[in-house]
Write a protein that binds this ligand. Structure first.
Ligand code: EZ4
Ligand code: CO
Length: 403
């Protein structure tokens, strides 16, 4: 089954997406997500200029060989640009294999290991009252797990707060990065107040999650985890930047609050120590940024050996294509934990037609052959690329901090 065309479509239906389309000689088409928020054109070029020409004439059935060809064959391994590009190819080839077999991708991965995939939604607010209203809204929608973020008093712009107009939270904006400010003491004082508020209002039946977004040192993270223990968070996410995997030993010494890390990971080597030393509880690596279904399954298999569960990234910058791919993986692996779900709204839904469903806090990828996502290229052409950057973060003295 020879590949006859591989093309990259960059579009901005509300936010930027990079979509790879692979066509085969027998007329089966597969799609992959190559979106890297704020660095979209780098991946588009890596694919267009270097990988797509090498795909023409290759056998679309040979997913593993194609993965190894682009990973080992580049000489320059890993990195978000490379691995997002490989992921897009990998996902498109799984889509093709599913369509050729007449089966949804999860059947090719071993079949359903559960009836549905528990997802968590995002609740946020500029005040605790606003957070409560949004949290209640998510409960009304049926969510069993909800992430809680609130603006920190005294800090002008905080990560994770949706605009009041009901739009989805989307951190990327403007042709230059927005400048956020950060003050750790205010945050460490406020986080337990916020979590206590949520538990007082909504009790302990719902799972509550919280994203620290790489802001703390290991000892600060240990203190945060300890201070939140009475409120039993499902997890705290990305407490410190995870380049330093050994630093998580220090966090572990100070708290039993579960830890989730890894939305920025792009390979198994980013979490080898975290997993094998049992320094985390959930690994947040995603299909689109960690080398596709082929490589993500390897990460989750390693995690399974050490009692670490999956908790994949699922923000709006992961297109419906990689979100569908995530659901196929989630449904089939033994050590699934939870899946983030922010959703996509119009006009993105005019371009991507999906077959996944949400009911009572659980999702299912649907039973269509392949991923179950249709990509409308003509509609995509109506939304040209719109350059946007993720924010940067400065401490009160003006020095750069982790965002
Ligand atoms: O900041 O996806 O848990 N979710 C997150 C996201 C990330 C964005 C970056 O592109 O942390 O909101
Ligand atoms: Co996060």
């Amino acid at each position: 089954m020879k590949i006859t065309d591989a093309r990259v479509v960059v579009s901005s239906p509300g936010r930027n997406y990079v979509t790879l389309v692979i066509e085969t000689e027998d007329g089966i088409t597969g799609i992959g997500d190559a979106t890297l928020n704020g660095r979209e054109l780098a991946v588009a070029s890596y694919l267009r200029d270097h990988l797509c020409p090498l795909l023409i004439g290759r056998d679309a059935r040979r997913i593993e060989d194609t993965w190894q060809y682009f990973y080992k064959g580049a000489y320059w391994r890993r990195g978000p640009v490379t691995m997002t590009a490989i992921a897009a190819i990998d996902v498109a080839l799984w889509d093709i294999k599913g369509k050729a077999a007449g089966m949804p991708v999860y059947e090719l991965l071993g079949g359903a290991a559960r009836e549905g995939v528990m997802v968590y939604g995002h609740a946020s607010g500029a005040t605790l009252e606003d957070l409560s209203a949004d949290f209640q809204h998510h409960l009304d929608l049926g969510y069993k797990a909800i992430r809680a973020q609130a603006a920190i008093p005294g800090i002008e712009k905080t990560y994770g707060i949706a605009p009041a107009d009901g739009k989805l939270y989307e951190p990327a904006s403007g042709a230059v990065p927005q400048e956020d400010t950060w003050e750790t003491t205010a945050y460490l004082d406020f986080a337990p107040i916020m979590m206590a508020h949520v538990r007082k209002e909504f009790g302990y039946k719902v799972h509550v999650l919280h994203d620290v977004h790489h802001r703390l040192t290991p000892i600060e993270a240990g203190r945060l985890g300890a201070s939140l223990e009475p409120y039993r968070p499902f997890w705290i996410e990305d407490p410190t930047p995870a380049e330093d995997q050994g630093a998580f030993r220090l966090i572990r010494q100070h708290t039993t609050t579960p830890i989730a890390v890894g939305e920025v990971f792009n390979s198994i080597w980013d979490c080898q120590q975290l997993i094998t030393e049992r320094l985390i509880d959930y690994v947040r690596a995603s299909v689109s940024h960690a080398g596709g279904i082929t490589h993500l399954r390897r990460i989750f298999s390693l995690a399974e050996l050490y009692g670490v569960r999956s908790g994949s990234h699922g923000a709006g910058d992961l297109s419906p294509v990689s979100f569908a791919a995530a659901l196929h993986v989630d449904l089939s692996i033994p050590n699934f934990g939870i899946q983030e779900y922010m959703g996509h709204r119009d006009p993105a839904n005019e371009i991507f037609t999906t077959s996944y469903t949400f009911r009572d806090g659980y999702m299912h990828p649907g039973s269509k052959p392949g991923l179950g996502v249709e990509f409308n290229e003509e509609a995509a052409a109506r939304f040209p690329f719109d350059p946007k950057y993720l924010p940067v973060n400065r401490r009160l003295d003006g020095s750069m901090h982790d965002w």
